[in-house]
Design a protein around this ligand. Structure first.
Ligand SMILES: Nc1ncnc2c1ncn2[C@@H]1O[C@H](COP(=O)(O)OP(=O)(O)OP(=O)(O)O)[C@@H](O)[C@H]1O
Ligand SMILES: [Mg+2]
Length: 248
């Protein structure tokens, strides 16, 4: 089982759009996928039309009693663990764990899923907390959406520092340009400069109305009968992640 976290401390860069669509693409490629919605905003759960059961909460998650709350989606091979509003304090709860175990809480929760899933995708909230440290520790690969702007690049730089702090290998991190608008000079010049760095993938996801409209249709872009440009962008991204970090 491989764990892929879609993470950036910067908000609104396309983490949820990426998690939702990569999860669908991977499931279509035959992988047994679990998408975990780690963000109390519950956007990934919303896109898949799934609400958490009332009995589910942060405490149950942390006790490892969450398997019964995993739900099937409308698509084969693709399950989802919905977020619960109480996840907003997940970092505070994790912080109460013993010091030597603090960073491994999430990784140990995921271990028993290895028989059932080939791939776990984590849609992460936009902050830098002990939860972020757990996410980086648990992930085999951290996929970072970067809008070609200065602040988004800064968030990537901060993530590299965090990686160093928690002692995880930098090569876990794979960035890609997200919400790219080719008509913007700044987007073009930033991409030209940074795509040459090995941390960046060559695939990128353009800014597309179809992705923006996912909130209206509440389904991944690849789920329509005709394959769209947006769906192809996520397919290429998935192939590059697999080839570069998942050893396939
Ligand atoms: N490639 C894209 N083209 C157009 N719109 C996009 C694209 N990617 C994401 N969006 C839209 O931008 C908004 C923010 O995207 P998304 O929710 O995926 O970001 P996020 O990083 O998960 O945000 P948050 O930090 O709040 O969790 C959403 O309205 C989404 O539909
Ligand atoms: Mg999000």
């Amino acid at each position: 089982m491989k764990t892929i976290a879609v993470y950036s401390s910067k908000g609104g860069v396309g983490k949820t759009a990426t998690s939702v669509n990569l999860a669908f693409t991977a499931s279509m490629a035959g992988e047994r996928v679990l998408l975990c919605d780690m963000d109390s905003q519950g956007a990934a759960s919303f896109y898949y039309r799934i609400k958490p059961k009332k009995k589910f909460n942060r405490a149950r998650l942390l006790r490892g009693e969450f398997y019964e709350f995993i739900r099937g989606t409308d698509f084969p091979n693709l399950d989802l663990l919905p977020a619960h509003f109480s996840f907003r304090n997940l970092d505070i709860a994790i912080n109460e764990e013993k010091k030597d175990k603090k960073r491994e809480v999430l990784a140990s929760l995921l271990v028993p899923l290895a028989d059932q899933y080939d791939c776990v995708i984590l849609d992460c909230p936009p902050n830098v907390t002990v939860l972020s440290e757990n996410i980086i520790t648990a992930a085999d690969c951290v996929v970072v959406p970067v809008v070609p702007t200065t602040l988004s690049l800064l968030a990537l730089e901060q993530l590299l520092k965090l990686c160093k702090k928690v002692g995880c290998k930098k090569n876990k991190i794979l960035a890609f340009f997200s919400m790219v608008e080719r008509r913007k000079l700044m987007h073009n010049s930033i991409m030209k400069k940074y795509r040459a760095y090995p941390i960046f993938m060559q695939s990128y996801v353009p800014f597309m109305a179809e992705i923006e409209k996912m909130g209206m249709y509440r389904r991944p872009v690849g789920s329509t009968p005709r394959k769209s440009v947006a769906a192809q962008a996520y397919e290429l991204l998935w192939q590059e992640i697999r080839a570069r970090r998942l050893g396939q």
